[in-house]
Design a binder for this molecule. Structure first.
Ligand SMILES: NC(=O)C1=CN([C@@H]2O[C@H](COP(=O)(O)OP(=O)(O)OC[C@H]3O[C@@H](n4cnc5c(N)ncnc54)[C@H](OP(=O)(O)O)[C@@H]3O)[C@@H](O)[C@H]2O)C=CC1
Ligand SMILES: O=C1O[C@H](COP(=O)(O)O)[C@@H](O)[C@H](O)[C@H]1O
Length: 617
């Protein structure tokens, strides 16, 4: 008997793929260091069963073997990790380009590993209230690549109660088993305790249920409510709804949830994904629509996944709990600050239409960059309570000067050739679902100012773009020169180069480092610029949780400090809507830049006009 397997390779350097068959048999395989430019390989790690999968080549798999595969075609078996016969395509965040489906055949296995369905009484037995989580848009990219894996990681690390049920709501007609099979392919276990992987995966999947239904009427959601009630057993129950659906259907889904599926015996929380509108007006409509649907502000968690990254949380720790930094955080000592969001990939597959409507200003600046700036520059909050932090962010955003078109450089990446010169790399206009004559910018650089006492006159440089040479998100704080520097002659004319710089690298390779001047060891007095470097991977063991894990856990715990409040969201749109209108009304053509390069040259001149050099270049 042969079953079709689908092995999905994700971008994560080391991860587990769950080999699942439609019959419910499971085996685990671990990807070994899948990086771009390499052929994905995986290692079979289930040592308990020797009998198992056979590849099309007919060779049986055994524990510890490493297999490398070429896209969907013939599957090879190799004794080593490095069959670099085909390049991994340029990658994208959580998107389909990150995954490649490898179809292989498998022979029947002795016994199913899935343990029997959990007893409902066991699920209800927990002492804490029951927790029901529903992911709407269950078969979508975000749900399968991020949300279910994050829920599993939370379950795996003991952060979800035993009495939890996870529902996927989907237009597709799927059974519970179908949904389990679908999501199991994307679940990964943390490397540090992977031995528990199989059992935990099965236990988790047994708590996953599928509700098929449509989004425009409430009938099917009512059925989901009935199923939840049955599992919850009439006791106290809390509910989280994750709206992972296109924004067009956001409000109708929220309305039905509110009418039919809100918890009657505990709290209900709603997670909402961007885009939160296109401008101030459309965003306000969504906010008001959610209120009208019956949700209150404290039930709404507007997610910005960047805020769930470890270094963003660390930004406030660094600033408010270190005397060496806190007093320096102002115009007296800081010359300028650079916020860089640079991606070395283009528009992700399947996202062409979305991005072409949004553009980089909405996609990266309105959503992510303004959030980081607000956290970076806000006044000290009264406490770490979410409302106190968000009050300060709102105040800061209200002090931000609205950029005009004169303050901005826009760019769009054009086609280029691969590094080996052998193939063409598509430009933005070649991307699927992008309008052939689109003026949508894929790059933006601007200088922003915060008109308050702390930041008066300090340029905040913002650069965000796709298809650039580097892949990095960082905050670079450039300090002023030391007044009357005794060593100025040794620095030559370029005293700026001798200024201290504090860099917070959010990704990749999280780090905080401070550039300082010191003396080279030895006779004489030769100066050197070096770094005090806190590189996370050297200092801390273990994997850093994905941002969705942190944020979903915060929702469960009712901690909203990393989520956007309605008035805060409105302020971000107030800042950027006039600029967006100006650009779109005047049909401003972006400057073309080569894919894989440094971006438009205009960005360099913009910096120079304000006496600033981009220090990430
Ligand atoms: N993917 C990502 O990385 C990110 C996504 N987001 C936002 O999160 C939300 C979900 O993202 P993503 O999964 O990529 O979105 P998709 O466009 O892939 O849609 C998600 C799912 O919504 C359901 N759906 C309901 N109504 C419709 C409809 N009219 N047309 C198409 N699908 C519908 C479908 O699930 P089913 O068939 O199972 O019902 C679909 O798979 C979107 O609002 C997106 O903007 C935000 C940041 C990053
Ligand atoms: O929200 C978005 O974020 C991704 C980048 O996510 P990251 O976790 O890799 O930083 C970006 O590519 C996408 O355009 C945007 O919508």
């Amino acid at each position: 008997m042969a079953y079709a397997l689908s092995i999905i390779v994700t971008r994560s350097p080391i991860c587990c793929a769950d080999l699942s068959t439609s019959s419910g048999y499971h085996r685990h395989a671990e990807n070994s260091s899948v990086r771009r430019g390499q052929t994905p390989c995986f290692v079979l790690t289930n040592t308990k069963q020797k009998l198992g999968w056979k590849f099309q080549t007919g060779k049986p798999l055994s524990s510890g073997d490493v297999y490398c595969s070429v896209n969907g075609g013939q599957t090879d078996r190799a004794g080593s990790r490095s069959l670099a016969s085909e390049s991994f395509p340029r990658s994208c965040y959580g998107s389909t380009s990150e995954r490649r489906d490898f179809r292989v055949s498998a022979v029947a296995i002795k016994e199913p590993i899935l343990s029997p369905r959990p007893n409902l009484d066991d699920m209800k037995a927990g002492t804490s209230p029951f927790l029901s989580i529903a992911v709407l848009g269950a078969t979508g990219d975000l749900a399968t690549s991020k949300i279910f894996p994050a829920l599993f990681a939370l379950y795996y690390s003991g952060h979800l109660p035993e009495n939890v049920a996870i529902f996927g709501y989907s237009r597709s007609s799927l059974t519970d088993e179908d949904l389990r099979t679908l999501i199991s392919a994307r679940l990964t276990c943390r490397v540090d305790h992977a031995e528990e992987c199989g059992n935990k995966t099965d236990q988790f999947l047994q708590r996953v249920f599928c509700q098929s239904g449509i989004y425009s009427t409430c009938e099917d959601m009512q059925t989901m409510d009935n199923r939840m009630l049955e599992l919850e057993g009439g006791g106290p129950a809390n509910r989280v709804f994750y709206l992972s659906v296109p924004s067009e259907c956001l409000l109708e889904v929220a309305t039905c949830l509110s009418k039919s599926v809100k918890s009657k015996t505990g709290w209900t929380r709603l997670i909402v994904e961007k885009p939160f509108g296109n401008d101030a007006e459309s965003s306000a409509k969504i906010t008001n629509g959610l209120y009208k649907a019956g949700f209150t502000e404290d039930q709404i968690f507007r997610i910005d996944h960047l805020l769930g990254k470890d270094l963003i949380e660390n930004l406030t720790v660094l600033r408010f709990s270190n005397l060496v930094f806190e007093p320096l955080w102002c115009r007296t000592y800081i010359k300028h600050v650079q916020f860089v969001y640079s991606e070395d990939w283009g528009v992700c597959p399947g996202k062409g239409r979305y991005f072409d409507e949004q553009g980089v200003i909405r996609d990266l600046v309105q959503s992510h960059m303004l959030q980081i700036i607000a956290l970076f520059a806000m006044e000290p909050p009264v406490s770490l309570d979410g409302e106190d932090i968000r009050n300060e962010k709102v105040k800061l955003l209200r002090c931000m000067r609205k950029p005009t078109f004169q303050d901005v450089v826009l760019g769009q990446y054009k086609a280029s050739v691969s590094k080996d010169g052998k193939s063409k790399v598509p430009g933005y206009l070649d991307e699927p679902d992008v309008r052939y004559n689109s003026l949508t910018p894929t790059f933006m650089a601007t200088i922003m100012y915060i008109d308050n006492a702390r930041w008066d006159g300090v340029p905040f440089l913002v650069k965000a773009g796709k298809g650039l040479i580097k892949h990095t998100v960082e905050i670079r704080i450039q300090f002023r020169q030391v007044p009357g520097n005794l060593y100025r002659e040794r620095f030559g004319f370029n005293l700026d180069a001798a200024a201290n710089e504090l860099v917070l690298r959010v990704q990749p390779d999280e780090a905080i480092y401070l550039k300082i001047n010191n003396k080279l060891p030895g006779l004489g007095l030769q100066l050197d610029s070096s770094e005090l470097n806190l590189l996370y991977r050297d200092k801390y063991e273990g994997e850093i949780p994905d941002s969705y894990e942190r944020l979903i856990l915060d929702v469960i715990n009712g901690d909203n400090h990393l989520f956007l409040r309605g008035d805060e969201l409105a302020e971000t749109w107030e800042i950027l809507t006039p600029l967006l209108e100006e650009i779109e009304d005047q049909k401003v053509a972006p400057e073309l830049y080569t894919y894989g390069g440094r971006g438009p040259i205009g960005a360099y001149y913009l910096g120079a006009q304000h006496g600033v050099k981009w220090s990430d270049d």
